[in-house]
Write a protein that binds this ligand. Sequence first.
Ligand SMILES: Cc1cc2nc3c(=O)[nH]c(=O)nc-3n(C[C@H](O)[C@H](O)[C@H](O)COP(=O)(O)OP(=O)(O)OC[C@H]3O[C@@H](n4cnc5c(N)ncnc54)[C@H](O)[C@@H]3O)c2cc1C
Length: 418
Amino acid sequence: MDGDVEQKSSVGVIGAGIQGVCVSLNLIKKGFKVTIIDKDEPGKNSASYGNAGHFSPYASLSMNRPDILIDVPAMLLSATGPLALKWNYVPKMIPWFLKFIKNCTKKKMMHTAKYMHQILDLALPAYDELFQEIDISGLVESKGIIYFWTDKDLKSRELEINVRKELGVEQKLLKPHEIHDLEPHIKQIYHGGVLYPGARHARNPRKILIKLFDLFLKKGGKFKKENVEKINFSSDDKPLIKTSSNLYTFDKAVIACGAFSKKLTDQTNEKIPLDTERGYHVHFKGYDNLLSRPVIFLNRGFGITPMEQGLRVVGTVEFGGLHNPVSKKRILNLVNNAKYLFPELNDHDDEWLGFRPTLPDFLPVMGKSKNHKNLFYSFGHHHLGWTLGAISGKIVAGIIAKENTNLDLSAYSSSRFN
Ligand SMILES: Cc1cc2nc3c(=O)[nH]c(=O)nc-3n(C[C@H](O)[C@H](O)[C@H](O)COP(=O)(O)OP(=O)(O)OC[C@H]3O[C@@H](n4cnc5c(N)ncnc54)[C@H](O)[C@@H]3O)c2cc1C
């Protein structure tokens, strides 16, 4: 009976990225009345549009690990490396960095890995449920993902391989000739690699997002293209959402604004240390026939995915907040790195900057807000928010519907930061 009352409730979901759309779709299937509010058209320019398209269920080991602290200075100094800073933002980010350093112990690394693995393991089956209702032909490939490296970095690679082995992740170590057999067009600079056979990739993440969004509309969902400026709460703790042009009252609300969520969570008196790792992509149109599956060159920390748009070259972790301009140097770095692997590449298009939403312990925030019983969160999925869209949507919708679960969700609660 309680469930019936819950499921007639209205829910306002702020954000039409992969997180917002998947939670909305799961809610509407349960009978909630759902309105998505986004300042843009879904997937127009968000992280859910421009990502590398990897569905990476193996990627439970995150960046908070003991060896990263030793590697950072060299990575920052390297002209071809993956890491960059916008110096004007460094003072603002110091509290985040300090929390991150505390999360780099072996124990914290394994805590993150365990709780990432819990949801990553369910990520593809959750997508398969959603994909039963849309036509994804030509949009998702199941050919695995290859990481390769030169000898130089073997120690860090061993750590990743061992942790994944411990967690039971399917992986196949590759000798150079095996990499060549799988991807014959890459210049043979590598000395070893690993194939994650269970991984998939999207040939156009935005098209998939829009198909899911259209399904949401078809099921009776509503969409408002408005910027959310404020969240307040009524005397009975119902969310009041003020946009640039309207004030909406819902029974419940979900914040799913990716890296932009902090602007709203700060208004609820919760200090959630969300920040962003900026990343870039460029396209080499017409060259997608050079690869069969995504590859990542670990020494230089960038990847290339064959997509409808051509080869999408993706990479960089740049700490610089949400408002600094695009770094031309980072774009050039990606272009040069791509040409290092594929000397035949010519002009590139579409220089894109996106914002990974990242907490210092590299776990997402999913669940109820600490201070408001009708407010819920789904953000902070860092490098894996595309992979985790469907499963997070299922989990958060389940929490809102007060369903039982045998998952341990405490590690994703926002109250872990208090
Ligand atoms: C370069 C790069 C490569 C990546 N590659 C991968 C990958 O291969 N695999 C993977 O799993 N993940 C990848 N990721 C991570 C993944 O893309 C993100 O974690 C994920 O897309 C985040 O989804 P989201 O819905 O939380 O946020 P977003 O996609 O950022 O969506 C947030 C939405 O909220 C809206 N919004 C924000 N503020 C407001 C407001 N005030 N009012 C109204 N609307 C608002 C925005 O307009 C946007 O539509 C990558 C990210 C980057 C940057």
